[in-house]
Write a protein that binds this ligand. Sequence first.
Ligand code: NAD
Length: 325
Amino acid sequence: MTGANERPGRRVEPDRIAIIGAGHVGATTAFALMLRALVHEIVLVDRNRALAEAEAADLSDANALARPARVWAGDYADAARARIAILTAGGATHGAQDRLSVAADSAVIVADCVEGLIQAGFSGILLVAANPVDLMTLVALKRSGLPASRVIGTGTLLDTSRLKQTLSEALGVAPASIEGYVLGEHGNSEVAAFSTVRIGGQPLDRFCKDADRPDLDAMSTEVRDAGYAIVEGKGYTSFGVATAIVRICEAILRDERAVLPVSTLLTGEYGLSGLCLSLPCVLGAEGVHRILTPDLEPPEQAALAASAKILRTAFAAIPVRATAD
Ligand code: NAD
């Protein structure tokens, strides 16, 4: 259904999700949301209106065959009433290009989108996927004026999923049965915190016999660079991140209180504050209910501090207009 604009208002439609940016990530997220039947209304907003309309029409074609949802190309007035607005509009990277290199371009786009949402009266939860996601989460937080608990970045949920998949292949255990986290930046300075890994309650050291202990350095490099390899091959990534986005939406919409690593504003955790990066968070109806601080090995904690330093420096280099409160 297209062209169903509505007047802005503070009323939140509990069954509506807005996706700002109907490109690869946005359209795949809409598809994944439909298949999961999480909401009945999905509004796509894109500066390329024709693209949003085409994606909405294509997705609507699945309605008779899947669990039906009303999907349409709308504007910020439609998006303002959504329970969750997912921000996927941002600068794209190529090959092994560092996500931080598109920070300035992305920040302008994210600031524009957030302004559009807030001016239209948005008061829901803002879920940021645009890269570099930790910096864009902070831009969105500052520009929106929303409480920190309601501005969330997809962060290292995707990297954590990649880590579990890699461990699963090495250890012969289902990825969903492995606990463990990638923390810090979603990017080159991310920290695969192997000390947090548990399989059936057992740490990695106890689970692995000496002979089959995996090469953890090689594994963290593989996880860190996985996105680059995919972008090299197909030009973008979409399925992994879309599934991570949907998982976060599910935790919020169902008030699950699920523990997921997402990017959030730090307020003293590990001595860090004033920046967004990923730590395990309890996610529910209000967004981030609690930030958890697992015991880390000293080198992991040092790597987390180094990751925070890199993000702080990169944020300071973004032109002021995009980052101002
Ligand atoms: P894309 O270029 O296919 O889509 C971006 C869309 O945003 C385009 O359709 C464009 O028209 C729209 N857009 C740009 N500026 C806009 C504005 N001001 N208002 C409204 N719409 C606007 O890119 P993509 O592959 O979908 O990636 C989107 C973002 O997601 C990128 O920043 C990418 O790096 C990021 N990403 C993040 C993760 C993650 O784990 N967080 C994973 C993959 C991609």
